[in-house]
Design a protein around this ligand. Sequence first.
Ligand SMILES: [Zn+2]
Length: 500
Amino acid sequence: MPRFYITTAIDYSNGDPHLGHALEKIGADAIARYRRLCGDDVRFAIGMDENSQTILQPAEEAGLTPTAWVDRIAGIFSDHWDRLHISNDDFIRTTEPRHTRAVTEMIERTRKAGYIYRGTYEGYYCERCEEFKQEKDLANGRCPEHPHREITWTKEDNYFFKLSAFNDSLLKLLDDHPEFVQPDIRRNEILNVLKEGLQDVSMSRHQRGWGIPFPGDTEHVVYVWYDAVINYLSGTGFPADGYRDWWPAELHVIGKGITRFHCIMWPAMLMAAGVELPTTVWAHGYVNWEGRKLSKSSDAPVTLETAEERHGPDALRYFLLREIPWTGDGDFSWKRFDERYNADLANDLGNLANRALAMITKYRAGVVPSGAQTSLDKKALETLAAYRSAMDRYLLREGAAAAMELASAANVFIEEQAPWKLAKDDSLSADLDRVLAGLARTLARLAILLSPFMPEKCAALWQALGCDREPSSLDAYRELDLAANTVHCEAVLFPKADSR
Ligand SMILES: [Zn+2]
């Protein structure tokens, strides 16, 4: 069985989750669920980045110890992921001992290999990004991610990681393996950074009472970014025997703002420590609110709660993945969400299910007849090919679009075949069977294809067709036969939303 280890970036424990966090989890979850449909043995890890110094202030303001604070934030995040049906197998927190163990081992291996030295860091440091910035990275003298904050000039004795030693190896990596950074626009950005030449990076900070102690020097903690990316490895049990059951990862899903850490620093860290590299880092874009980036610092006009409650969690999942290209930025607005909910889910898919199930109930007493193949079966095979081609390349929007085309085709099929006319003439009974059986198969196929996007609704549709549990394999798609299944048509999958 092919294995597939997929991760998302771990989230900062200094505020509540917003739509941007949700987009990443939902997209990665759709990929994980798709790989499971394909028969892969999947491990899907998400988690929290808890060693940041930036948690100290909000913890103090809330009157909590840092530990109590990160516990609380981890609970808030994971509650959202449960509500959104994120099917993660692991929820790693970087304050866990298993993570400290992996970080310590990575640093010891790297030191032994001669890639760590002591030096003095002097330069800009964005406290919010927790990132050392070069003059050329700044916009109007400030961090472009945090334009409302002053950037600080810092000078510290630190441990340094000899990143510059990996410049050529990284260029070669991106040449030999264009799939290492995707989509291509992100790969080109990384290539440009590499062509300018890399500088060594600080990998420690002075101890301020929070963070992973630097191995061999308790006055320092491990620089939070150096520690954070190692979570992907700690999630496999590294360095314990058996970590290779899951490592190297097939896919790291991250946001486009943190590509340098994942596409330059992380592979260099792994090379330095003699650990295998992941296959692909996929950098998605941002969810914008009418063109503006949603971030923790801005008081967003949309919260994750309100977005989840609008039409339910599955509708939000579908909307984000169908509307925001997985390759770049996209816009969120209530108007667009309502329009797409009504057009795609209530009308195209919901109506199709309601009509087909109602006709099977009315004309065949709720039992799916057996019937010959129809033009819809042919369309379903074309759909499968387009869907797989998109999903195999992580093009989630195109995958969802391919599936929804099948729903549209089925609605056209109903109009063309007019089962209500066939039902009036007993001599056309076999034709009616053919139409109803074809519609039942199509609904079941839609439940399979759309289950990575809307797992709860697709399980409900699957069960409404008289099938057990939930759609679990693409293998079932081609030879599907629902004859003799008893359908249930009481459930309305997507009630039409009033315009607000
Ligand atoms: Zn910043």
